[in-house]
Design a protein around this ligand. Structure first.
Ligand code: IPE
Ligand code: IPE
Ligand code: MG
Length: 250
């Protein structure tokens, strides 16, 4: 942990200074399964359970937004069996969410290019979108990044802005950081204060490239299926000990 912090302090969360937005790269499912002699798909199933648990925990803590990286624009390189298993787990989650999100006041959005996603999964996402529209904008919101890449998100935003310019609705000179953010999948949502990556990898893997400009990073060797509430407490507590200067001097 460093900074002379004891183990007990390490997970001590100050509920008055929570990040509004936490983003997580849900990594390590495959290694978790392989270590148990199971197929990689078993790791994704276990990882989906962890997502349910951590989303509920964030909501109960009072974190407003949780963004999770579920499937990247690069993950299509994996076997058809693995890709299908991930899509099937997402379908199962959405079917469940359609029944419960209204009662639990959980908003759900997707980040990413949905065009190559199967029509049945797209139809489910459309239904969760409609339910989200009816919920209060102050309710907890989970954003699922599906066929998401930070570069792809920026390119799609640039194309839409260029199209608005061509249509005479916008002028290139008026583009600034705030108006550009409005073209991203994360439009209207504050940047994540904290980005968590389990499984020991120290990279972003094309996650939230625009939004991460001033995010605090937290890495842990724990594999995503083993990630739990105590681990998230440690991540939040570590974030709360950071000195965020935003380029200024204190
Ligand atoms: C993260 O776990 C889930 C996805 C990328 C879909 P991985 O499947 O990448 O697990 P490892 O990194 O191989 O252990
Ligand atoms: C990032 O994990 C994507 C998701 C967790 C969905 P990867 O496992 O795909 O990333 P790399 O290949 O280790 O960079
Ligand atoms: Mg991985």
């Amino acid at each position: 942990m460093g900074n002379g912090t004891t183990d007990r302090q390490a997970g001590q969360v100050d509920k008055n200074r929570l990040p509004r937005h936490i983003a997580i790269i849900m990594d390590g499912n495959g290694r978790w399964a392989t270590r148990r002699g199971l197929p990689r798909t078993a790791g994704h199933k276990a990882g989906a359970e962890t997502f349910r648990r951590i989303a509920t925990y964030c909501k109960n803590l009072g974190v407003q937004y949780l963004t999770v990286y579920a499937f990247s624009t690069e993950n299509w390189k994996r076997s058809e069996t693995e890709v299908n298993a991930i899509m099937m787990l997402l379908k199962r989650y959405l079917l469940e969410a359609i029944d419960t999100m209204e009662k639990d006041s959980i908003r759900l959005r997707f980040f990413g290019d949905m065009t190559p996603i199967s029509p049945d999964l797209q139809a489910l996402a459309h239904r969760t979108d409609e339910i989200t529209d009816r919920l209060d904008s102050r309710d907890f919101q989970a954003n699922i990044c599906l066929n998401y890449g930070g570069r792809d998100e920026i390119l799609r935003a640039v194309r839409r802005f260029a199209a608005d310019c061509a249509a005479g609705k916008r002028r290139p000179e008026e583009l600034d950081e705030a108006s550009f953010s409005g073209y991203l999948d994360s439009a209207g949502i504050p940047d994540p204060e904290l980005i968590v990556r389990p499984s020991g990898e120290l990279r972003l893997s094309n996650f939230l490239l625009w939004q991460c400009a001033y995010s605090e990073f937290y890495y842990t060797d724990t594999l995503w299926p083993d990630f739990d509430e105590a681990e998230l407490d440690r991540a939040i507590a570590a974030y709360q000990r950071r000195d965020r200067r935003f380029g200024g001097v204190k």
